[in-house]
Design a protein around this ligand. Structure first.
Ligand SMILES: Cc1cc2nc3c(=O)[nH]c(=O)nc-3n(C[C@H](O)[C@H](O)[C@H](O)COP(=O)(O)OP(=O)(O)OC[C@H]3O[C@@H](n4cnc5c(N)ncnc54)[C@H](O)[C@@H]3O)c2cc1C
Length: 550
């Protein structure tokens, strides 16, 4: 990606065919699709890329077994089609960035033979709907095999388990990989730039977006032939800017996750807890050295803070403990995160848990704004395809065929599962660092490590025991528009998810490197570290943890 200053000047100079508002999965997917079809495209993000829902997912690339269950119970063909399409997209998502997404086996514990039969049939159906996109077949494990694979399970009353396949991915890095691929194709992207208004032509159609640059506090105008609103949970706000009084389309649902050390609950597969107290499912998934547990599902509004609250952490621990041999305690939590699901409000009488995770491309005819509403991470590409087909029709251009199905993302070319070994040999980094960089950057890990050739100090870890190195901070600032400590620790390196305490201890070091890269004064550097430290302390307190204890 360009650096921010260069990107700003390019964006101000040019007019574009398409302006995509929002830099999460939907916006990045739309921007890439459009640019590959030959549209000159700019993407404008109000805060950091992937800072909202797209870094707060459960990190599943899935059709959704729960939605399949709903489809059957409610004889709802709509739900069935959402699952079928997501299963097709699951395979594409895994194939296009294999360093960021991979298949994973999920186990559903069964406590009676009737339950075993029920899940066995359900998962066979899931396999069948996947068709040629199946990752691997579902299977039955005896009680002994289930406990061998997942020793944390409570053996009382357990009769066995059903295992099935879905995908798992690194959401914020996948989002960044989409943006790198977009930039390589010639697109322009800018973070910390908020759309605050529009200008219209005599017919009332949008021709310019008024954008506030959050770093310089200046305003700029972005000219384009079409505007896509890909702002996820915030989409009603942009719709209101384009057409005041238009009325809301979204309902929001908050989901919280917690992370626990793997030694508290060692397992190689993921666990699906099939029944929570409120009739949902939750997952406990091994994820980059931690056990990720989530999620809650409660209706929310934009005014509510999307942070993990103590009662949510307790709820997740309680639901999981019902299935475990050795109960976990809230004090073992090392980190957490929460996000808002943007759901299309098709039926106001339904709870958010029951709303279909389908998407809709809405064209507001008087202004021409195209809003991409709802959906889920797994279907980001299909959503983008629908949206860009619509854009091309509106621009009265011949519709060029979408090419994202087989377009490998930046970092995939030349990557293979043992790529990390090359990094150890070529750059002399420890295996844990090589593995971490290979998983996060794919083949582009070499670009990160090239920085250490002139400056071997950049091989130093961000915090004691962390595989992340200082070179990632430099790369983040130069190639990925990272402008704050949180940008680096939450979304570029992922250290904030691994451990709040470790991320907090890394903040001063990250501050020093960013100050050098971004030209901060010593006061700005001090303030950035204090601000980040306060934020982490607050997150810990709200989750019911004592900030001083790690
Ligand atoms: C708890 C939870 C768990 C989930 N788990 C999964 C899962 O396991 N698998 C799955 O497939 N899906 C999952 N999802 C769904 C998935 O995360 C979302 O559907 C997806 O990330 C939405 O992406 P988006 O780009 O539409 O929205 P977002 O990622 O929220 O992006 C919208 C962006 O628009 C920006 N923006 C807002 N206003 C403006 C403005 N005025 N100007 C410029 N930019 C603006 C925001 O800053 C934001 O970055 C989950 C969601 C949640 C909340």
């Amino acid at each position: 990606m360009k650096n921010r200053v260069e990107a700003l000047s390019e964006i101000e100079k040019q007019g574009f065919d398409l302006c995509v508002i929002g830099g999460g999965a939907t916006g990045a997917g739309c921007a890439l699709d459009a640019q590959l079809r030959g549209l000159r495209t700019v993407l404008i993000e109000a805060e950091d890329f992937a800072c909202a829902s797209s870094s707060s997912s459960t990190k599943l690339v899935h059709g959704g077994v729960r939605y399949l269950q709903q489809a059957i119970y409610e004889r709802d063909p709509g739900q069935y089609h959402v699952v079928k399409r997501a299963l097709r997209e699951r395979k594409i998502m895994l194939d296009n960035a294999p360093f960021l997404a991979h298949p994973l086996e999920f186990m559903v514990p069964c406590f009676s033979w009737s339950e075993t039969g029920y899940y066995r049939i359900g998962m066979k159906l899931y396999d069948w709907i996947s068709g040629r996109n199946m990752l691997f077949r579902s299977r039955h494990f005896s009680k002994g095999e289930s406990l061998r694979r997942m020793p944390i399970l409570n053996p009382d009353r357990l009769v066995g388990s059903i295992a099935y396949a879905d995908g798992q991915f690194d959401d914020s890095r996948y989002n960044l990989a989409l943006l790198h691929t977009f930039a390589k194709a010639g697109g322009e992207a800018l973070n910390y730039a908020r759309v605050v208004g529009f200008m219209k032509n005599g017919k009332g159609q949008l021709i310019q977006a008024r954008v506030h640059d959050g770093l310089s506090s200046h305003y700029l105008n972005v000219r384009a032939g079409a505007f896509i609103n890909a702002t996820g949970p915030f989409a009603d706000g942009i719709r209101e800017l384009a057409k005041p009084g238009i009325g809301r389309r979204l309902r929001l649902s908050k989901g919280s996750h917690i992370l626990l050390p793997m030694d508290a609950a060692t397992c190689q597969d993921a666990l699906l807890v099939p029944k929570t107290d409120d009739g949902r499912v939750i997952f406990a998934i091994p994820w980059l050295g931690r056990l990720l547990v989530g999620t809650t599902d409660e209706e929310t509004t934009l005014q509510d803070e999307t942070v993990v609250k103590e009662e949510e952490a307790k709820y997740l621990i309680k639901q999981l403990n019902r299935y475990l041999a050795r109960p976990l305690s809230k004090n073992q939590i090392v980190s957490g995160f929460a996000g808002m699901r943007p759901l299309v409000a098709s039926d106001i009488s339904r709870g958010t848990k029951e709303l279909i995770r389908d998407h809709e491309v809405e064209v507001e005819s008087s202004s021409g704004l195209i809003s991409v509403l709802g959906g889920k991470w797994t279907t980001y590409r299909a959503m983008a395809e629908d949206a860009i087909d619509t854009v091309m029709q509106r621009l009265t251009m011949p519709v060029v065929r979408c090419s994202t199905k087989n377009h490998r993302l930046a970092g995939s070319e030349g990557w293979k599962p043992n790529f990390w070994e090359e990094l150890v040999q070529e750059y002399g980094v420890p295996p844990a660092t090589a593995w971490h960089l290979s998983q996060k950057f794919g083949a582009a890990a070499k670009e990160v490590l090239e920085l250490t050739k002139d400056n071997p100090g950049l091989k130093d870890p961000l915090a004691v025991g962390s595989p992340s190195v200082l070179a990632e901070v430099v790369y983040g600032a130069r190639q990925e528009m990272a402008t704050s400590i949180e940008d680096i620790l939450a979304r570029r390196t992922g250290l904030q998810l691994f451990s709040w305490m470790q991320a907090r201890s890394a903040a001063p070091t990250v501050g020093v490197v960013l100050a050098r890269e971004l030209g901060w004064s010593s006061n700005q550097q001090k303030e950035a570290v204090e601000e980040y430290t306060d934020k982490i302390n607050r997150l810990m307190r709200l989750a019911g943890l004592r900030p001083g204890i790690g």
